[in-house]
Design a protein around this ligand. Structure first.
Ligand SMILES: [Zn+2]
Length: 302
């Protein structure tokens, strides 16, 4: 544990009354959710100080894991206008871990959330501190194992304002888009009482069906396929998170996410309401999926 982390946790303990009486999570992945969803992050709203605090924490985590920046910074700033005509500057954070090939699998999760509304902090523990923790867990695994593909780890900003970070990334990618062979996006992966998580995307890319069925047989969580057909209307999640802009560019994707729950986009989406055991099982499933993808995409291209 770095000095920065100890300092960070100490400050949390000193500044946040809700922490007293609770145990600090013991697993690194749970700790990542815990820290990113603290009140000090102020709901990680695009353009605000809480989002900058989250980026400082993520920069530290990227450095610890050996994730390399393209150029001299992990940051990609971008300007956009919201649907209400407000000007924003967002900031993605991404870097890579090299594999055998200069072909890339993108692992993504948005770190922004709703900020503070009516003096209530929208902490966004499940949405989407959990996905970012998943991204960091995958980076940790990739840093220890030799892979065929190289990996880009993207913590996107401004998803809540219309997938703006992912749109900025695909319009101005750090590597040619033709060299990105796949994207795995996570958005809300820690909160489900039925032990279920959806893998959306196999409708568009049928080669994923046997791969995901195999994963389902090997993992504790129930991996369900679906939420990706145009006929499902509102329940078609093809463009509901940051994989959407990649799909528009013809890049195959899997999006992992749970069904909406009672705390979705509410101030009650806090660490105490996630399902810790479920989330840890999801992490095991994600690690296995990445290993399978790396192996099976290689077979497809041979
Ligand atoms: Zn989200």
């Amino acid at each position: 544990m770095s000095f920065y982390r100890i300092l960070c946790i100490s400050l949390l303990l000193l500044t946040n009354l809700s922490v007293f009486g609770q145990e600090i999570p013991k697993s690194q992945s749970l700790l990542d959710i815990y820290i990113l969803s603290q009140d000090s992050m102020q709901g990680r709203r695009t353009g605000e100080e809480g989002a900058a605090i989250a980026r400082r924490y993520l920069t530290q985590r990227f450095q610890e894991l050996g994730v390399q920046p393209f150029g001299d910074s992990y940051n990609q700033e971008f300007d956009f206008k919201s649907r209400r005509g407000v000007d924003y500057t967002g900031s993605n954070l991404f870097g890579f871990l090299p594999g055998e090939q200069e072909k890339y699998i993108v692992i993504s999760a948005h770190y922004d959330h709703e900020g503070v509304k009516n003096e209530q902090i929208y902490n966004g523990a499940d949405d989407n501190a959990s996905g970012v923790a998943g991204l960091l867990a995958i980076a940790e695994m990739v840093s220890r194992v030799d892979f065929n593909y190289s990996f880009i780890f993207c913590a996107f900003d401004a998803e809540e304002l219309g997938l703006q970070g992912a749109k900025a990334f695909v319009s101005n990618p750090p590597v040619p888009l033709k060299d990105i062979v796949f994207t795995l996006n996570m958005d809300m992966i820690s909160h489900n009482n039925e032990n279920e998580i959806y893998a959306s995307g196999s409708y568009h890319n049928k080669f994923l069906v046997p791969l995901l069925e195999k994963i389902n047989e090997q993992t504790k969580v129930d991996v369900k396929l679906g939420h990706d057909k145009p006929s499902e209307g509102y329940n078609d999640w093809t463009f509901s998170s940051d994989h959407g802009p990649f799909h528009k560019k013809g890049i195959p994707f899997i999006y992992f996410g749970v069904e909406d729950h009672k705390d979705y986009h509410r101030p009650t989406d806090v660490y105490e309401n996630i399902n810790e055991e479920f989330f840890l099982d999801v992490i095991d499933m994600l690690v296995l999926t990445v290993q399978e993808l790396d192996a099976s995409l290689e077979e497809k291209s041979e």
